[in-house]
Write a protein that binds this ligand. Structure first.
Ligand code: NAD
Length: 441
C-alpha cells in the first residue's frame, strides 16, 4: 500500500502557484478551475485556499485475486480522501478503465463541495479500481471487491471514510464490502460496523429509496428550476446520457411528471424517438440485455456524435466526466443542462453554454440526492432505526429544496452562474469550520 499524507500545517506557498506551473489535465483541471473561480469571488482566506487545493490522503493498493481459471491477476485500487474538516470522508467507489489517481482526486474534491453544500457532517473522498467489469464473472467481481476491501483495511471505516456505489458498482458491491469489513473486525465490533458503506441492499442495512435517491434529486432540481421560471415539465422533451442508476431513475421521475424522453446514450450506443421512448420498457429491455440499450425495439439508432444535437428542452448527462466540452457544447439544443454525472461539463464547454444563455444545474447540487440518501442510511444504521420509503422521499424533497433555494438565491444576489454560487456556499462553510477551530498544533 502506498499512502501519501499531506501535512496541512506545512503547505508551501507553491500550492497556489502550482496551477500556473503545472498544467492540469481533464477533470482535475475542471475541478481546480471551478474552485479557484469561487475562491476568488468570496476572497477566501489564503491559508484555507492552500488547504483545500490539496488532498489529505491518497491511498493506492495493489492486490492479487484468483480468477475463475485458476490464474492470479493483480489489480490496482485507489482511495483519495480530499478533506474531512466537516466530518468523515464520504464518496463512491467506481469500477472503470478510466479510474486513476487524477480521476479519484477530482472526484474526491467534488464530494467535499457536495457534502458541504448539502449541509451534511461529511468530508469528501472517492476511489475505485481500474478495470472493465464486463470482462469478469460475478464471482471474480466478488473476490476482487472483497480483496480490495481487505487491502484498504482501516483506511475506510464507519466513522472515518464511508464508500458508496458509483459507476459499475451497486448495492451488491456494497454488501460484499460491508460483509468483508465486518468479518475482519474483532467479534464484539462486527455487527456495529455495517455503516462502513451506504447504498447497501434493502434487508442488509440498506435504506428504502437509496436506489432512486440520486435520480430523484436530479428530477427535483429540474422541477424546482421549472417552478422558479414558471414553466411546466408536461410535454417537455429530454435526453439522457447514461441509463444506469442515475439516468434511469431521473428519466423515471421525469416521465411520471409528464416529460418525454426522446434520446438516450449509453456505453453501447445511442437511440432516439421523436414520439418518445417508454422509460420502463427501456429499463426492462436493458435489464435482460446486460444493462445495455442497444437494439431496443422502441427507438431508432442514432450516431453517437449526433446525440447531444438532439432537439430537446432538457439534457441530463448521467454517465462519465468531461462529456460536454468545447468540441460539442455548441451543438446542444437544450436550454437546461441538469448534471446527473460528476463533472460532465468541462470549463470550456460550460463557457460556451453560458454564453448561449443556457442554464446548468451543477453536479454538486443536481446529483446531491445520492449523498443525502446515503446520509439517511448512515443515520438509520447508527441509530438502529428503520425508515419507510415515503418518509425517506419526503426528507429528500425537503433537503434538496433547501439546497436548491440557497444556491438559486445566492446566484441571483451575487449575479453568478449556479455552479459558482454553489461552490461559494460550499467553500464558505468549510472555511468557517477551519477558522473557528484553528490549525493544529
Ligand atoms: P451506472 O454504472 O449505474 O451507469 C452508468 C451509465 O453510463 C451506464 O448506462 C453506462 O452504459 C453509461 N456509460 C458509460 N460510459 C459511457 C460513455 N462513454 N458514453 C455514454 N454512456 C456511458 O452509474 P451511475 O451510478 O448511474 O453513475 C452515473 C454518474 O452519476 C457518474 O458520473 C457518477 O459519479 C454520478 N453519480 C452517481 C451517484 C449514485 O448514487 N450512483 C450519485 C451521484 C453522482
Amino acid at each position: 500500500m502506498t499512502t501519501i499524507t499531506a501535512d496541512i500545517n506545512n503547505v508551501s506557498n507553491e500550492t497556489s502557484s502550482q496551477k500556473k506551473k503545472i498544467p492540469l489535465k481533464g477533470m482535475m483541471n475542471n475541478v481546480m478551475e471551478q474552485f479557484y473561480s469561487a475562491a476568488d469571488h468570496i476572497e477566501i482566506h489564503p491559508n484555507i485556499r492552500k488547504i483545500l487545493s490539496i488532498t489529505n490522503n491518497e491511498i493506492m493498493v495493489s492486490f492479487p485475486v484468483k480468477m475463475d481459471n485458476g490464474e492470479v491477476e493483480i489489480f490496482t485500487g485507489y482511495r483519495v480522501q480530499h478533506n474531512n474538516a466537516l466530518g468523515p470522508y464520504k464518496g463512491g467507489l467506481r469500477y472503470h478503465p478510466t479510474v486513476d489517481i487524477d480521476a479519484a482526486r477530482a472526484l474526491a474534491m467534488w464530494m467535499t463541495w457536495k457534502t458541504s453544500l448539502a449541509g451534511l457532517p461529511y468530508g469528501g473522498a472517492k476511489g475505485g479500481i481500474q478495470l472493465d467489469p464486463s470482462k469478469y464473472s460475478q464471482s471474480e467481481l466478488e473476490r476482487i471487491t472483497r480483496r480490495f476491501t481487505f487491502a484498504l483495511a482501516d483506511n475506510i471505516g464507519p466513522e472515518h471514510d464511508i464508500p458508496a456505489p458509483d459507476v459499475n458498482t451497486n448495492s451488491q458491491t456494497m454488501a460484499w464490502i460491508a460483509d468483508t469489513y465486518m468479518s475482519t473486525r474483532p467479534p464484539a465490533e462486527r455487527s456495529a460496523n455495517q455503516h462502513v458503506v451506504t447504498g447497501k441492499p434493502d434487508g442488509s442495512g440498506g435504506l428504502e429509496g437509496r436506489d432512486r435517491a440520486t435520480g430523484y434529486g436530479v428530477f427535483l432540481n429540474i422541477k424546482f428550476w421549472a417552478e422558479k421560471n414558471n414553466k411546466s415539465l408536461i410535454g417537455k422533451k429530454f435526453i439522457v446520457q447514461g441509463f444506469g442508476n442515475v439516468g434511469y431513475w431521473a428519466s423515471h421521475f421525469m416521465e411520471k411528471e409528464g416529460a418525454k424522453l426522446v434520446a438516450v446514450q449509453d456505453a453501447s450506443g445511442s437511440i432516439r424517438s421523436t414520439n418518445g421512448i417508454d422509460v420502463e420498457d427501456l429499463y426492462n429491455y436493458a435489464k435482460v440485455n446486460m444493462g445495455s440499450i442497444s437494439g431496443f425495439h422502441g427507438a431508432f439508432d442514432l450516431d453517437n456524435e449526433k446525440f447531444f444535437a438532439t432537439e430537446c428542452d432538457i439534457c441530463i448527462p448521467a454517465a462519465l466526466g468531461n462529456q460536454i466540452t468545447k468540441e460539442n457544447a455548441s451543438i446542444i439544443k437544450a436550454d437546461l443542462i441538469a448534471e446527473g454525472a460528476n463533472g460532465p461539463t468541462s470549463v470550456e464547454g460550460e463557457k460556451i453554454l453560458l454564453n448561449k444563455g443556457k442554464t446548468i444545474l451543477p453536479d454538486i447540487l443536481c446529483n446531491s440526492g445520492g449523498v443525502v440518501g446515503s446520509y439517511f442510511e448512515w443515520l438509520q444504521n447508527r441509530n438502529g432505526e428503520l425508515w419507510h420509503l415515503d418518509e425517506v422521499m419526503a426528507k429528500l424533497d425537503k433537503k434538496i429544496r433547501e439546497s436548491f433555494n440557497k444556491v438559486y438565491q445566492y446566484a441571483e444576489n451575487e449575479g453568478l452562474d449556479l455552479r459558482t454560487a454553489a461552490y461559494c456556499i460550499a467553500i464558505r462553510r468549510i472555511e468557517k469550520a477551519y477558522i473557528q477551530r484553528g490549525i493544529f498544533p
